[in-house]
Write a protein that binds this ligand. Structure first.
Ligand SMILES: [Zn+2]
Length: 479
């Protein structure tokens, strides 16, 4: 699928958690016409192919097999969901600092930053006409509550913002229900991000937004709405509802029945809090100031266990360093694992990181992030446009034949590090067989049950070997 990253960045600003999915086939013929690649870099990669094989053997078939799964299970079973602004997230960060220290990474530290604190508290909704039916809901991050009272009104169903504009005179005093056609995650996030604002400008009393997923068993999916401070319309509650309820409302209203809903929410903002990005490093032996970032986010939504989003991505990232350390490999440049905080409420951790490390951005050879599942890996997607850099990564991936993870695509599936990409840093994401990712994303179904020990080993191996190889070759990736 080819999409346009400029559009993505606009959507990103509006809605958060947009993943830039642009998987373009790579034409390896271009590598043959690059003299430096053929004369020297290809040989450098061949020289470390033994190390790459060692990493794969150690993690997939050796004594480290099963470790990523066991560590992730211990972590998510102990802490469960890790929502930004909670003591639980901060306790889980303390746990990680202790764990990384015991893993003897060369440096382990955290960096403080300010985070918004949104409290869900109690919430419920039910359809009260034409019959009583409790609704499975999740208030959306940054949403206001209902001021201690129950808000009741009829629903108005729309499929698009255009339809809402056309029928705007019907919205006053109603709940606007967004029953959009699901055409992929990115396409739909605008309703979650801006649905309340659009509805409020026409006098609606709340926005009920169909969960962004192609599949449901009455499951509401959480997510962040846009902070409404800068938008000059009344603040109304923004709520995620299930596919089943959105479709039920649509069928009932199409038969000419009035659907009436009651909503109660205590959601509110509190004063800003503190959180931390959690960082550990293996120091480079030749060019320690140059950096390969390997990352995932440690925070999660406040439902489920955050095992898939993004426990798996965070854990294969720090595990990559542990594997390199245990094997006694010494990369030329520094490998830095970053466990971002505050991703779910809008890339808060990475935004702070960019400010704190602004003078270092040119020294980041590549930033890698896994935040779209750690199912059976396919390979790596890379965002940079430089052909030499593309050839280097695709050449490294040839070493993953034995684990069937050689796929190289141009452009990356990433979340937090989109912010680094916008600053000119080349970024890469793990590609994997994640067809069911959005079935579970941001739900109470995101638990350890989704994770698989063998897949986590394979992802750890790809992640560790790719990041190590990029830190071990002579030069930083050209931009
Ligand atoms: Zn995520």
């Amino acid at each position: 699928m080819i999409t346009n990253c400029i559009i993505h960045s606009l959507v990103l600003i509006l809605t958060f958690q947009v993943i830039c999915v642009v998987l373009v086939d790579f034409d390896s013929q271009i590598c043959e016409s690059l003299p430096k690649f053929n004369d020297t870099v290809r040989q450098q990669i061949a020289d470390i192919s033994g190390d790459i094989q060692k990493i794969i053997d150690f993690v997939v078939n050796g004594t480290d097999s099963g470790v990523t799964y066991n560590e992730l299970a211990k972590f998510v079973d102990q802490f469960g969901p890790r929502f930004v602004g909670t003591k639980n997230l901060e306790d889980s960060i303390d746990y990680m600092v202790d764990l990384l220290t015991s893993e003897q990474h060369d440096k382990v530290y955290t960096e403080n930053l300010t985070v918004p604190v949104w409290i869900r508290d109690k919430e419920w909704a039910q359809m009260i006409s034409p019959r009583i039916k409790p609704l499975n809901i999740l208030g959306l991050g940054y949403s206001v509550g209902t001021n201690g009272s129950v808000v009741t009104g009829d629903v108005m169903i729309v499929k698009t913002f255009d339809e809402l504009d056309r029928r705007s005179n019907e919205a006053n005093g109603k709940f606007v229900v967004y029953n959009f056609d699901y055409m992929g995650y990115e396409h739909s996030t605008k309703y979650r991000g801006l649905g309340a604002k659009y509805a409020a400008q026409y006098g609606a009393i709340g926005a009920l937004i169909k969960s962004i997923t192609p599949f449901s068993i009455e499951t509401p999916h959480a997510g962040a709405g846009k902070p409404l401070n800068d938008i000059n319309v009344p603040k109304i509650p923004a709520v995620s509802i299930t596919i089943e309820d959105a479709e039920l409302f649509e069928r009932l209203t199409a038969r000419g029945l009035n659907v009436t809903v009651s909503l109660y929410m205590e959601a509110h903002m509190e004063k800003d809090g503190l959180s931390r990005n959690t960082i550990s490093e293996i120091t480079g032996t030749v060019k320690p100031e140059e950096i390969v970032i390997i990352s995932g986010h440690l925070d999660s939504w406040d439902v489920g266990q955050g095992a898939m989003d993004d426990g798996g991505g965070a854990f294969i990232s720090w595990r990559a360093l542990s594997v390199i350390k245990k094997l006694g490999l010494r990369p030329k440049r520094t490998m830095r694992s970053v466990l971002w905080t505050g991703e779910e409420m809008g890339f808060i951790g990475v935004e702070a990181y960019v400010k704190q490390h602004i003078n270092e951005l040119n020294n980041i050879s590549i930033a890698m992030e896994s935040d779209s599942g750690t199912f059976t890996p396919k390979g790596i997607g890379y965002s940079g446009q430089n052909p030499m850099a593309q050839c280097i990564i695709s050449e490294i991936l040839k070493s993953f034949k034995s684990i069937n993870a050689t796929n190289f695509s141009v452009n990356a599936e990433v979340s937090d590090i989109f912010v680094l990409q916008n600053k000119g840093v080349p970024v890469a994401g793990l590609t994997n067989h994640n067809d069911k990712y959005f079935y579970f994303h941001h739900t109470s179904g995101d638990t350890m049950t989704l994770e698989n020990s063998r897949d986590l080993d394979l992802c750890t191996a790809v992640w560790a070997a790719t990041s190590y190889a990029l830190a071990a070759i002579d030069d930083q990736l050209p931009r």
